[in-house]
Design a protein around this ligand. Structure first.
Ligand code: ADP
Ligand code: MG
Length: 225
């Protein structure tokens, strides 16, 4: 059963067919995923007070029903270090197509992974795990499994990656928290099972993993027509 808050978000998102990032992040935090602290602002004073509350440096991102791939339109600015840079960013982003606000978020760190799901006509929800960042398109290093996932399935998915050595700590880099990654995968599978009737696909790209935790930094939920 989906929570009432989630149903309300889905209903309001139907008119453009996907869930805006702040709403998607809300769904993920309701499901117990770790997400960066964030808020949405439309004008300067509000943006400044939000960013100070979160603590610089922050990330700013365009929120617009017309813009799915935010970086493609220079709609993401990382490492904003002060009020001045924040306000300048707001001025620029507010001119982009369909602007409804600017998301301001805490900066996350870690190894970038992708976790995704597609509703396959034949098999139902399929879950994907892969390395994130620019490398993903070059190496095509991904693991796929049918949902629902058990902890041992999540384990197999992680071990199926060529890049598993990177996750386990390679040449002095710190290993990521595998338990947190497995929990993120199984929790994601649960969410996808709950939402399979209404959702076409979901992408968490990136999820940032450190020795401590895995944080969902960006999420996109595409709804069924
Ligand atoms: P999109 O996928 O729509 O282009 P993202 O929200 O994924 O936009 O942002 C693009 C990139 O910016 C991410 O892949 C990540 O490297 C970086 N980024 C986004 N949000 C954060 C954050 N909160 N902390 C650190 N880096 C971030
Ligand atoms: Mg992204």
């Amino acid at each position: 059963m989906l929570k009432k808050e989630i149903k309300e978000i889905i209903d309001k998102s139907k008119k453009w067919g996907w869930v805006l990032e702040p709403d998607a992040q809300k769904i993920f935090s309701l499901y117990g995923f770790k997400t960066p602290k964030y808020g949405v602002a439309t004008e300067a004073a509000q943006a400044v007070s939000l960013a100070r509350q979160i603590g610089y440096p922050v990330v700013a991102k365009i929120v617009s029903p017309a813009i799915i791939h935010k970086s493609d339109v220079k709609g993401v600015v990382v490492g904003i270090k002060d009020d001045e840079m924040l306000v300048r960013t707001l001025e620029r982003l507010s001119k982009l197509d369909g602007f409804v606000g600017m998301l301001i978020a805490e900066m996350a760190k870690g190894l970038e992974l992708i976790i995704g799901a597609k509703n396959d006509i034949q098999f139902g929800p399929m879950i994907l795990l892969g390395m994130g960042g620019v490398g993903v398109e070059i190496y095509k290093d991904v693991s796929l499994r049918m949902a629902p996932l058990k902890v041992c399935d999540a384990d197999h998915m992680i071990n199926g990656l060529v890049a598993r050595k990177l996750l386990a700590g390679y040449r002095g880099s710190e290993p990521i928290n595998m338990e947190a990654l497995k929990k993120t995968l199984t929790n994601f599978s649960k969410l996808m099972m709950d939402m399979q009737d209404i959702v076409e696909s979901i992408d968490l790209n990136p999820v940032m993993c450190t020795a401590k935790s895995c944080i969902v930094v960006d999420s996109r939920i595409m709804l069924k027509k």
